[in-house]
Design a protein around this ligand. Structure first.
Ligand code: ADE
Length: 422
């Protein structure tokens, strides 16, 4: 077996934690049970570039149960759980290339090793595999059956590729399923982002001014959870619609140059670059804590902060927290998890019960792609509505929640257009 992981000796711990996560992933487990009998993924070689977590391990086990061959690598240099990588190799026989804290060169060499294996399906989280495949290995595109993409950031990149006529094979935008972004992005990011900041700093949120940059699903989740813990939340936006939504949801909305003066904790979740930059660092209070929960580490301009602090102006003050001294008064600005995804760098990512839905969408989307092999165009496809609804139904049932069904009269009423005011 080929693999590159930190320590195979961590495999037993990893197995225990993967089993623990599985106990909250009923929907995925029911899919795995069916896949074991039907083997709908036979013939697929899946390159899975995902955060190597306990939840991902359960997805990979499901894909393997479905008859697919799987190779895995990390989708972020800081998100790998080394014990999970070890159990994937030791107990699941899944060739894994991921080490927590790997440098950028190792990160890309791991992706290359997975691509050297000539997969025919990509399962991406951030589109790094798809873009590397298209940029460096156009000759391999003809081998590809299809792909899936997990994140908002990745889907934006894929749609740009499609618009430019550059996309070489069909990809399902798993992120855009309702049972993914309405729950994973909102409740998952909301909770795990604060979890990461709290684990790293032990800061009390009650009474603090928390500035949330971006009011998409992720920003909504972070803002509402921070408010729930007693913080005064300020939202910043560049889009008038979510800005208005934030105002009506009861948050203060400010431009960042004003929020920068007030914030105790800043959290970026925009998907764009340089959201916190030099002009803002110059305004911040000493002790301000900065964290990013967007996919890439570009939202906080760390190079500018490093330059501002100068040589000797940066030191690690706790695991996962770097202090940068800024200005003549040496104001201390704290950056959590190097400005990379704080929820996965400093905590364990989203809890299993929400990843259950995201990864059920992944597994069922790959099955749909296998069923439709050869019939699809090189486009970005939505997750079929039936899959989205099935995931919602299965999740409700696993939670023991029952809902009503339409009566015949109600169904007819919804389908008619002649009935108006009585
Ligand atoms: N993205 C966010 N949280 C995650 C998790 N727990 N596992 C995999 N990907 C994630």
């Amino acid at each position: 077996m080929d693999f590159d992981i930190a320590d195979i000796g961590l495999a037993e711990l990893g197995k225990q934690r993967v089993d623990w996560a599985e106990s909250s992933m009923d929907v995925l487990r029911s899919i795995k049970d069916r896949f074991e009998k039907e083997k709908p993924l036979s013939g697929l070689k899946i390159a899975a570039c995902l955060h190597i977590t306990t939840e991902t391990a359960n997805l990979l086990k499901t894909l393997k149960a479905g008859g697919a061959e799987v190779r895995a690598c990390a989708s972020n240099p800081l998100s790998t759980q080394d014990d999970v990588a070890a159990t994937l190799v030791e107990h699941e026989g899944i060739e894994t290339f991921a080490i927590k804290g790997e440098d950028s060169q190792t990160y890309y060499s791991h992706i290359d090793t997975v691509l050297d294996w000539h997969p025919n399906v990509t399962m991406d989280d951030g589109c790094d595999v798809v873009s590397r495949l298209h940029a460096n290995r156009p000759d391999q595109l003809k081998e590809m059956v299809a792909g899936t993409e997990e994140t908002t950031t990745g889907v934006i990149r894929l749609r740009a590729m499609e618009a430019a006529g550059a996309l070489g094979y069909p990809v399902v935008a798993v992120n855009d399923a309702n049972t993914k972004h309405m729950f994973d992005n909102k409740y998952g990011t909301g909770q795990s982002t604060l979890d990461g900041i709290i684990r790293a700093t032990n800061v009390l949120l009650a009474g603090k001014v928390v500035v949330v940059a971006g009011y998409g699903y992720c920003g909504k989740g972070v803002a509402s959870r921070a408010r729930g813990m007693g913080a005064q939340v300020v939202v910043t936006e560049i889009d008038p619609l979510p800005a208005l939504e934030a105002v009506m949801d009861g948050f203060r909305v400010l431009p960042m140059h004003e929020a920068a003066l007030e914030g105790d904790i800043f959290i970026t979740v925009t998907g764009n670059r340089d959201v916190l930059r030099e002009e803002h660092f110059r305004l911040m209070k000493s002790g301000a804590i900065l964290a990013n929960s967007g996919h890439f580490d570009i939202e906080i301009d760390i190079p500018a902060l490093t330059e501002l602090a100068g040589s000797g102006g940066k030191r690690q003050v706790r695991p996962m927290v770097d202090e940068f001294l800024v200005g003549e008064e040496s104001r201390a600005i704290m950056v959590v998890a190097e400005g990379r995804l704080v929820n996965l760098g400093a905590a364990e990512g989203h809890p299993a019960s929400v990843m259950d839905m995201s990864f059920a969408n992944q597994a069922l989307s790959v099955e749909w792609l296998a069923l439709n092999k050869g019939k699809l165009e090189p486009k970005v496809y939505d997750v079929p509505k039936e899959i989205d609804e099935e995931v919602a139904r299965l999740k409700l049932s696993s939670m023991g929640v029952e809902i009503d069904t339409l009566t015949q009269a109600q169904r007819e009423y919804l389908e008619s257009w002649t009935v108006g005011t009585n």
